[in-house]
Design a protein around this ligand. Sequence first.
Ligand code: E4P
Length: 218
Amino acid sequence: MKFFLDTANIDEIRNAAEYGLIDGVTTNPSLVSKEGRDFREILLEITRIVDGPISAEVVSTDASGILREAYDLAKIHKNIVVKVPMIKEGMKALKQLSKDGIKTNITLVFNSNQALVAAKLGATYVSPFVGRFDDISEVGMDLIGDIAQIFANYQFSTQILVASIRHPLHVREAALLGAHVATMPFKVLEQLLKHPLTDIGLERFLKDWEKVAKPSQR
Ligand code: E4P
């Protein structure tokens, strides 16, 4: 399972990269706007830190605008994956981008038929948003199971990128369901490493060791 970091913040990406756990990065217009910096500069800086797929989202809503932005973004670096919204015009553009060999991530996916359509049109990734379902009292993870089953039925090579992850349980469930990628905020990545019994256990080991260690080792 691949871990992507869901952020446009360079400090977070640098920190996460130190763990050696980050396989890629996803950004979106909201995340980029928080940084108050030029989008291209941010993307270039990310490509220097992470050697893996970096999703950059288009903001046009008509097929020709989406294509224009997509070609422009793809030129920035070989690792750029163009993020296209799951709308009719986005799907027209997707067909062309797939023909042109440009990697794509179809975003704002909220049902399995949308994922099926994107896979049929050759998307590299589909991004179902699990957390936004949970926010409205629906179980987002149910969608991941459905998409995984559909993709397996027809051997689609499109990868399931679980997005809108809010907590470690989402990562665990995504892994159990066989999702290819989980994209998560930095906070969730850090939470994956933690268990209070690990901390208590280590503290006890170190205390006990002090009793046997020679004065020179203390
Ligand atoms: C990533 O590709 C998505 O844009 C992101 O995970 C959305 O997360 P949110 O629902 O927390 O905004």
